[in-house]
Design a protein around this ligand. Structure first.
Ligand code: URA
Ligand code: SF4
Length: 186
C-alpha cells in the first residue's frame, strides 16, 4: 500500500509481477482526476493504449468519448483505469493470475481516489471487482452498493462497436450515473 501517487505509479511502471510485463510497450497506469467522484474501470490496454500509455485512447475509447460528449460529461473530471495495466497479447482476456497480481495497484488507486461511484466497464471488470458470481448481462444497469461505494456495471465500450442495442444501454447507464451523481453527490 502506498499513500501517495508518485510512489505507487513509480512502482507500477517498473512492475514485473506477471508475464504481461514481457510483451508490454508501456504500463498503462490510469489517468484523470486524482480525487474524482466517479471512477471508470475497464479490462486492460489494447494496442493503442499500449503504445500511448493511456487508457481508452483507441477505437473503444473514442466511442466512449462520444457518449461522454453527448451527455456533457467531461472526461477530465473522471478517473479511468483498468483491471490489468499491461496489454494482454492479441487482446485476450487477462488470465486469473494476471488480474490477481495487478489488482493491488487498482485497489490502491481506489483508496487514493476515494470515488463515490465506480462504473465497471464489461464482464472482466465486474467479475474481478465484485466477484466471479456476477454476470454482466443480468447486472448491467443496476446499482450495487458495497462498502460505501456505488457500483454501476455496464457494457464494455468495445462491445458497443459490435452491437447497436448496447449503445442505447450504455448511454442509459451513463445517464443513470449522471442522475444519481447530480442528485446525491455533487
Ligand atoms: N479496453 C479496455 O478495457 N481498456 C482500455 O484502456 C482500452 C480498451
Ligand atoms: Fe505488473 Fe499489472 Fe503489468 Fe502484470 S499487468 S506486469 S501485475 S503492472
Amino acid at each position: 500500500m502506498f499513500n501517495n501517487w508518485e510512489e505507487l505509479e513509480k512502482e507500477a511502471n517498473i512492475c514485473k509481477k506477471c508475464r504481461l510485463c514481457e510483451t508490454r510497450k508501456n504500463v498503462v497506469f490510469g489517468t484523470g482526476k486524482k480525487d474524482a467522484e466517479i471512477m471508470l474501470i475497464g479490462e486492460g490496454p489494447g494496442a493503442d493504449e499500449d503504445v500511448q500509455g493511456e487508457p481508452f485512447v483507441g477505437k473503444a475509447g473514442k466511442l466512449m468519448n462520444m457518449a461522454f460528449q453527448m451527455l456533457g460529461i467531461n472526461r477530465e473530471n473522471l478517473y479511468i483505469a483498468n483491471i490489468v495495466k499491461c496489454r494482454p497479447p492479441q487482446n485476450r482476456n487477462p488470465l486469473e493470475d494476471e488480474a490477481k497480481a495487478c489488482l493491488d495497484y487498482l485497489r490502491n488507486q481506489v483508496i487514493l481516489v476515494k470515488p463515490k461511484i465506480i462504473v465497471l466497464l464489461g464482464s472482466v471488470a465486474l467479475k474481478n471487482i465484485l466477484g466471479q458470481e456476477y454476470g454482466i448481462t443480468s447486472s448491467r444497469g443496476k446499482w450495487i452498493e458495497k462498502k460505501g461505494i456505488l457500483y454501476m456495471p455496464t457494457w464494455h465500450p468495445a462491445a458497443l462497436l459490435r452491437d447497436e442495442n448496447k449503445k442505447i444501454d450504455f448511454i442509459k447507464d451513463l445517464k443513470e450515473v449522471q442522475k444519481v451523481y447530480n442528485e446525491n453527490i455533487r
